[in-house]
Each structure stands twice: as C-alpha cells, then as structure tokens.
Design a binder for this molecule. Structure first.
Ligand SMILES: [Zn+2]
Length: 123
C-alpha cells in the first residue's frame, strides 16, 4: 500500500494491511509539510523459529505502533522511530515488513524450550 504525502491532510486517514499473518491498522495524520504520524496497532500471529531447537511456532502479536514518517532527511539520526521516504511516497508494506523483521530478529523460545529453562533453574 503506497500513499503520497501530498494526498494526506491533517484529517486522520485510516488504513489497514496485512503481511505474513500480521495485521497493521491505524491512521495517518499529517503534522507538517514533510512529516506524517502513523498511529496504529500490530496484531496477528507471526511464525518464528525457536532459537534453541529451531522448531517453527506462532507468536501472537498485539502491540501499538507509533512512527513518524518523513519525506525529508531526518535531523536527529538517533531517533529510530522515524522512517524516511525521500521520494514523497509512503510504502506501508515496507513499514510493516520492517516491524515483522524486528520481531523475528528477537529471541524466541518454543514452549518446550522455555520449560527446559525453568526445569534447570529448579535443580
Ligand atoms: Zn524450542
């Protein structure tokens, strides 16, 4: 889903899309000429692999997502909550894919391996 910065106004525009079982819905609200606030929610079930045994399993996702989308180079390079779209077109699939990648890159343990951890602690 691609939306041009020029098409947005200060009136929030709602959107919804899904990718790999994860749904992103919310609103886009233009703040200034160059920036748009994305205020949304990530939900769904994402398939990840266990970092210990490699088995695939689903983790349920339900978390808010607030990002600033900018069509100019950001001033504060340390702010990771800003995504740049320098051609003036926001690509929401790209935003959702980045979120999915960051969830996937976190450590995940399946129920069995989490249980092993607890068992070892008890000994
Ligand atoms: Zn496991």
């Amino acid at each position: 889903m691609q939306i041009a910065f020029d098409k947005l106004s200060s009136t929030p525009k709602s959107f919804e899309l899904s990718l790999s079982g994860v749904n992103l819905s919310g609103t886009l609200n233009k703040q200034h000429h160059n920036t748009v606030m994305l205020d949304g929610v990530l939900s769904g079930v994402l398939e990840v692999s266990c970092d210990r045994c490699g088995v695939l399993f689903g983790v349920s996702i339900d978390q808010p997502l607030k990002l600033e989308l900018s069509q100019s180079t950001r001033q504060n390079k340390d702010n990771l909550d800003i995504i740049e779209f320098l051609d003036g077109v926001m690509d929401l699939e790209y935003v959702l894919q980045s979120e999915i990648d960051s969830i996937k890159s976190a450590y995940h343990y399946c129920e069995k391996c989490e249980g092993v951890d607890n068992f070892e602690v008890e000994i």
